[in-house]
Design a protein around this ligand. Structure first.
Ligand SMILES: NC(=O)c1ccc[n+]([C@@H]2O[C@H](COP(=O)([O-])OP(=O)(O)OC[C@H]3O[C@@H](n4cnc5c(N)ncnc54)[C@H](O)[C@@H]3O)[C@@H](O)[C@H]2O)c1
Length: 348
């Protein structure tokens, strides 16, 4: 299959690119190379005859039309987005521009290309989204997000992703574009940009800096190892039913405090310091509108497509810490890029 991957120089997109090429798919990686991108993430496949790179912005319709014409893909996997909630609080405009208008452009360019080819049924537009579109859950562990949960986004980031999800569904209902959608929980793993919680905590701990946890640390997230997400995405692309949504999750709920304590325990083991790293934890002013709990019911993708997460959280955290210990040359130059590493998202 020839797949046009948007955002393939980012964290999850690059995992998809590496896995797709390893499985023999041809991949065109379309990325604007924003502050969050790193082409080194795909260096392992860059020389493959199956790989091509297009430096383009999804807000540029003419560029998208040229790329569809030039490469004639069988499918699109749309991951390009502004992805950091804290940045969406400080500057929502980029999130509206890329996540909503960019998705609209991509849908229109895909529709023109697909119509021009006689509307082939096997074409796929796979929109990659987040569980954050569903809002915040109560503490009751029996309550989880299903594909039928009402949308209730509460940050500029999640609202922009929700808007994009609605556009994708509308392009299916109105124009018949063969789409699939996925909504995934929090990812972690290698190549995670150091503004996000897990890499930020690892890097701060290694520097002996305090580990800032928002609020009282009781917010719950459901963590998924990024390779498991990439596997789920390729499964949905190839076997998902047209027009259908699939929730993807790790079945690994932890409070932020539990998560950072678990990371500290791994660091104590792999890179012992004079004191346990957990002594660096400090509670700081909360993020405005901080969603209390996310948890995914991933039974649809399990029952219908046979996918389930394969990497338990403790193992994944260990793999991740090992990767950051071995790849300082990757993350060190990213610190400070567009304020990375400093406190963002306090609101007005
Ligand atoms: N990270 C998570 O935990 C998570 C969970 C669920 C869903 N998602 C979704 O998965 C996708 C990828 O997330 P990520 O964490 O890898 O993000 P990321 O920020 O690491 O990467 C985003 C990539 O998109 C590119 N990009 C941004 N704006 C662009 C534009 N206008 N045109 C072209 N390229 C552009 C960036 O250069 C970057 O390479 C996003 O759509 C996100 O909403 C992320």
């Amino acid at each position: 299959m020839k797949i046009l991957v948007t955002g393939g120089a980012g964290f999850i997109g690059s995992a998809v690119v590496r896995m797709a090429v390893a499985r023999g798919h041809a991949v065109i990686n379309l990325d604007a190379l924003t502050y969050a991108a790193c082409l080194y993430n795909v260096a392992s496949v860059a020389a493959s005859p199956l790989y091509a790179f297009e430096h383009a912005d999804i807000r540029d319709r003419a560029a998208l039309e040229r790329i569809f014409d030039a490469h004639q893909p069988d499918a699109v996997m749309h991951l390009a987005a502004e992805s950091h909630v804290d940045r969406s609080i400080d500057g929502p405009a980029d999130f509206i521009g890329t996540n909503i208008n960019g998705t609209f452009n991509l849908l229109e360019a895909a529709r023109k290309y697909w119509s021009g080819k006689g509307r082939p049924e096997h074409f796929r537009f796979h929109h990659i989204s987040t569980d954050e579109v569903y809002g915040s859950l109560p503490a009751d562990p029996a309550v989880k997000f299903t594909e039928d949960t009402r949308y209730d986004p509460r940050s500029p980031y999640s609202a922009s992703k929700a808007a994009a999800d609605h556009l994708v569904r509308a392009w299916h209902e109105t124009y018949g574009l063969p789409v699939v959608l996925t909504n995934c929980s929090n990812n972690y793993g290698p190549y995670h940009f150091p503004e996000k919680l897990i890499p930020l905590m690892i890097i701060k701990a290694l520097a002996g800096e305090t580990l800032p946890i928002y609020g009282d640390g009781s917010n719950v997230r459901d963590w998924l190892y990024v390779e498991d997400h990439a596997e789920a995405l390729l499964t949905v692309l190839q076997h998902g039913a047209t027009g259908r949504s699939y929730n993807i999750g790790g079945n690994s709920e932890r409070t932020n405090l539990e998560l950072v304590q678990a990371l500290c325990a791994v660091l104590d083991d792999l890179r012992p310091s004079t004191q346990p790293y957990a002594g660096l934890i400090r509670f700081v002013e909360d993020r405005p509108g901080h969603d209390k709990r996310y948890a995914i019911d991933a039974s649809r993708i399990g029952d219908e497509l046979g996918w389930s997460p394969s990497v338990p959280l403790e193992e994944g955290l260990r793999l991740t810490v090992k990767w950051y210990l071995a790849n300082e040359a990757w993350w060190r130059p990213l610190i400070g890029r567009k304020g990375t590493g400093s406190r963002l998202g306090r609101g007005a």
